[in-house]
Design a protein around this ligand. Structure first.
Ligand code: TXA
Ligand code: MG
Length: 359
């Protein structure tokens, strides 16, 4: 299959809208930008189209897809119950990076929901996603547009890397803003429960709807297999770079010292090492990077003063580490409050929960 690529900024809107809409109507796959990450879209109401998503991504078939809608009317087509909590959250956070799980209507195929009686719905705010949904009139099933298990794509180049030749089209609108996937909240039970932390935090949700619980499986202290995550996709090793990733936590100067020491050790054994630093510590690794040349790659993920910079760069850095062909990656860690929770959730998954603390 030849994957067509449309650069949104250089193409007339009517042209890409029509071309992408046609593919979707015919049951094909189009990678689209959203404000969180790029998604791989197909007609959510067409089981055969949804099945193609699983094949292209190499995704396990029990891992349900998120349905992207353009307006509240589309909810009637998708969900059989629309509780007050969901109405309030939609009013406050849609369009935006929040996904709600609700009981599905019979018309929503099991091929889209991974066999579940519930459906995940989100109204994205990215103008390209919004325009495409509005003009095609199709609710779009769209997981992240990466090969299953790889870091989610935050640039069209990432989608191309993973899916070129496997999908019909990529709409390239440049890098996305947020950089990590939407917050998922399950509203199908008695108490709303966060199944995946994201840009919209627990505190922001409970301000609108009161009590919100956190799926115990996503808290880092419950990393054992005993906690089975309620979002099927959260149980897989995910976002993984090719190099082995270890997270180092503790007081900043000690972390720098420990990472430098471990990196030197691996380099002495003949390995290539990557270091994920922050703007605050980047300079502290410079002397070692200069001394070890190509064996050591240091990248700053952003500044601790603004967590948005860190989530924005996270997946891109993991992919760039792959590009640098490093065998081991050492990353600093981040406070788990507020937005940091989503960052650490993704980083810990990428590391297969390998984390050490330095005193
Ligand atoms: O920001 C996002 O949410 C991006 C963009 C493209 O919208 N999408 C995304 O999709 O991250 P995906 O497929 O990579 O992640 C969807 C997650 C999976 O963990 C899946 O198991 C969970 O949502 N999920 C979907 N439907 C569900 C349901 N009915 N019940 C529980 N979990 C569900
Ligand atoms: Mg994904």
């Amino acid at each position: 299959m030849k994957t067509q690529i449309y650069h949104i900024k250089e193409t007339r809107e009517a042209i890409w809208l029509e071309a992408a809409g046609k593919i979707l109507a015919e049951g094909g796959l189009v990678a689209i930008p959203t404000e969180t990450v790029y998604g791989l879209a197909a007609n959510a109401m067409d089981e055969k189209a949804a099945a193609k998503i699983y094949t292209a991504k190499g995704r396990p078939s029990d891992n349900p897809l998120i349905v992207h809608i353009g307006d509240m009317k589309a909810m009637e087509q998708l969900v059989s119950e629309f509780p007050e909590t969901a109405v309030k959250l939609a009013e406050k956070f849609w369009p935006g990076p929040l996904t709600m799980i609700l009981p599905k209507r019979p018309e929503v195929p099991y091929g889209t929901t991974g066999g579940l009686e519930t459906v995940a719905v989100r109204m994205p705010s990215h103008p390209v996603a919004r325009k495409l949904i509005a003009s095609s009139g199709i609710p779009l099933a769209a997981p992240s547009a990466n090969t299953s298990g790889r870091p989610s794509p935050t640039r069209a180049e990432h989608v191309y890397e993973d899916l070129n030749g496997k999908i019909d089209m990529i709409l390239d609108a440049g890098p996305v803003g947020i950089g990590i996937e939407s917050t998922i909240v399950d509203l199908s039970g008695d108490v709303p429960m966060i199944l995946r932390p994201g840009y919209i935090t627990e505190a922001m949700l409970s301000e609108v709807i009161g009590e919100v619980r956190m799926d115990p499986a996503i808290l880092s202290e419950n990393k054992d297999k005993n906690f089975r995550p309620k979002a099927p996709g959260m149980k897989y090793k995910h976002y993984a770079p090719k190099g082995e990733l270890l997270i180092v936590s503790g007081e900043s100067a000690k972390v720098v010292e420990k990472i430098t020491e471990m990196a030197s050790g691996k380099i002495a054994e003949g390995y290539r090492v990557g270091i994920i630093a922050t703007d605050e510590t980047f300079a502290a690794y410079q002397a070692s990077e200069t001394c070890y040349g190509a064996s050591m790659t240091v990248m700053s993920i952003g500044t601790r003063k603004d967590e948005a910079t860190i989530s924005h760069n996270l997946y891109d850095i993991l992919r760039r580490m792959d590009g640098a062909s490093v065998d081991y990656i050492y990353s600093e860690s981040f406070a788990e409050g507020s937005r940091g929770q989503a960052i650490m959730n993704r980083l810990l998954k990428a590391a297969g929960h390998q984390q050490i603390y330095v005193e």
